[in-house]
Design a protein around this ligand. Structure first.
Ligand SMILES: [Fe+2]
Length: 161
């Protein structure tokens, strides 16, 4: 990698791997969730994540590159941790609170990744790509807020009892 453009392409492939892995993991998290709204939040985010993956395919089309070839090791680790948690012996209330914690780690990671990608796209003058990536970044922020609200309003209190 010699230029910012190369680094940008590398980051896009990394995000593509992250979203692909998350598409496999979210159904497991939805299945493990007890609270109906939390289950629905995971299912909704799965649909959103599929669209985000498609956006990255569009980004790759724009850049004239193939999206595959990278494995996002950080997402692999985050998912491994979430799957490990699901196997823990926990009450359903504690499981829900813990699932939110695991999901928020994932969202924060993605927010960081897309935040950087948007910044690089701006710097490189890829205006169309900025719009695509910003749409996903906004969705990741919204997903994180939603999880935060669920934890604060109800699910942490239920787990406390
Ligand atoms: Fe995502």
């Amino acid at each position: 990698m010699k230029k910012l453009e190369d680094l940008f392409e590398h980051q896009i492939k990394d995000l593509y791997s992250a979203e692909t892995q998350l598409i496999d993991a979210l159904p497991k998290m939805a299945k493990a969730a007890n609270d109906k709204k939390l289950k629905k939040a995971f299912e909704d985010h799965l649909e959103e994540t599929k669209k985000q993956k498609e956006r990255l395919e569009k980004v790759c089309d724009e850049l004239g590159i193939k999206p595959g070839g990278e494995t996002c090791k950080a997402m692999k680790g985050l998912i491994k941790e979430a799957e490990g948690f699901i196997e823990e012996d926990a009450s359903k209330e504690v499981r829900d609170a813990g699932l939110i914690a695991e999901a928020q780690r994932v969202e924060h990671y993605e927010i960081s990744g897309y935040g950087t990608a948007v910044r690089y796209a701006k710097e490189l003058g890829h205006d169309k790509i900025v719009t695509l990536l910003q749409a996903t970044l906004d969705e990741e922020y919204a997903a994180d807020d939603k999880l935060n609200d669920m934890a604060e309003d109800r699910l942490n209190k239920k787990a406390k009892k």
